[in-house]
Design a protein around this ligand. Structure first.
Ligand code: PMP
Length: 404
């Protein structure tokens, strides 16, 4: 067992060869890609590229094996009970839209309630709003407490048999807050609600064990997990998928088509209309294999130690506040500045080669609840180093002097 070294991990990411001075702290938006992922996609295109499932030739079989093999490996990494519970989508956004439009339109009735935490990314809000408009269901927010975490008493008091679905993030993409998922999922199930977990951030920091989690839907994107863009996953149990109608329609998702009527394929194919992201699925499986080659706890501890080092250094600087500072959080820090616009700060930081994100991070209701127009977010990944943190703190100190 080789001891953990962030510098060695960084060497596996070619982007840092092209940008040796880059301090990349925008990992919650998207992560950089290791050679293992780039090589897997390239190898697929060079050795097995064809369309899948129906080709009557050897290359088609190789492509199908690569794609279905990726599904099987991804299911194993997630501890899903069956590979056919893993549906390939374009990303988290499409995964949640699939669940909302397929399950929601078939099963929601006027007066049914969809309960969503105020921490949610717009991707776990807006699809439910559209489905509510179409079905007469009602979307209700679960309020936050003073710390910017989910108000647990309010949550329990909102739980009634009218609740059909509870939507929760595994980790807030804006503030890093980690909701206490296990008791919340258990409480939601106790009133008969289904639970959608947005794993877009959570999966990158520690991963997930789907059978232990006990949720009904789990959505994530490959690109936040060192994998390619253009691919993500919706997971749901077989029995639930069996009761869900198709959403998008076209080739691949059918059983038999005629102008008198069409019948549909079984899951997962029923939900994968058209040519899926084949090479990207292969790349996503390679990213999850690459992660599994490391000790996930060690990676997470490293990322959290970087966040703590950063926040400890911020104490020296005036006029900066860490949002939800005392809440359990993943390796994400959101900052608010007294009297300064975060956008100006980020522009100066970019001048020092530090990549961070400003704005509402697609979490408008969260920022409204916190009384902020926006925040500045630094998010950490396995390849970030203590030197990245120290250089960012130095750049921030100079920036504040310049803007004062
Ligand atoms: N949910 C969360 C928590 C996210 O962080 C993101 C990406 N910012 C999304 C959903 C949407 O992911 P994608 O854009 O890859 O579909």
């Amino acid at each position: 067992n080789v001891p953990f070294s962030a510098a060695r991990i960084r060497d596996e990411f070619p982007v840092f060869r092209h940008h040796p001075d880059l301090i990349y702290l925008d990992n919650a938006a998207t992560t950089q890609k290791p050679l293992a992922v780039l090589d897997a996609e390239r190898r697929f295109y060079e050795t097995a590229n064809a369309n899948i499932h129906r080709a009557a030739h050897r290359l088609g079989s190789a492509a199908t094996d690569a794609f279905e093999g990726a599904r099987t490996r991804i299911a194993a990494h997630l501890n899903a009970a069956h590979p056919d519970e893993v549906l390939f989508t374009r990303g988290t956004t499409e995964a949640i839209n699939l669940a909302a439009h397929s399950w929601g339109r078939a099963h929601l009735r006027p007066g049914d309630v969809i309960l969503l935490s105020t921490l949610e990314h717009h991707a776990n809000i807006v699809p439910w709003q559209l489905v509510a408009q179409a079905t007469g269901a009602i979307v209700k927010p679960i309020p936050l407490d003073a710390d910017g975490t989910i108000d647990q008493r309010a949550f329990l008091s909102l739980l009634t048999p009218a609740i059909r679905l509870v939507g929760l993030t595994q980790c807030s993409n804006a503030t890093g807050v980690l909701p206490p998922l296990a008791p919340m999922i258990a409480a939601a199930k106790a009133v008969g609600a289904l639970v959608m977990i947005d794993g877009a951030q959570g999966i990158a920091h520690g991963g997930v064990d789907l059978q232990a989690l006990g949720a009904d839907f789990y959505a994530f994107s490959g690109h936040k997990l060192y994998g390619p863009t253009g691919v993500g996953v919706l997971w749901a149990r077989r029995e639930l998928l069996a009761k869900m109608p198709p959403w998008q329609a076209g080739g691949e998702m059918i059983d038999r088509v005629s102008f008198d009527g069409t019948t549909f394929a079984e899951p997962p194919f029923r939900f994968e209309a058209g040519t899926p992201p084949i090479a990207q699925a292969v790349g996503l499986a390679a990213a999850m294999d690459w992660l599994a080659g490391h000790d996930r706890d060690t990676l997470l501890r490293h990322e959290l130690a970087l966040r703590e080092r950063f926040e400890a250094g911020l104490v020296q600087l005036d006029c900066i506040r860490v949002l939800s500072a005392s809440a359990p959080r993943g390796p994400i820090t959101a900052l608010a500045f007294d009297g300064l616009h975060p956008y100006d700060v980020a522009q100066f930081l970019d001048g020092y080669g530090v990549a961070v994100r400003v704005g509402q991070h697609c979490a408008g209701p969260l920022h409204q609840a916190l009384g902020l127009n926006g925040s500045l977010r630094a998010s950490f990944a396995a390849y970030n180093t203590e030197a990245d943190v120290d250089a960012t703190l130095a750049a921030l100190a100079t920036t504040l002097e310049q803007l004062a």
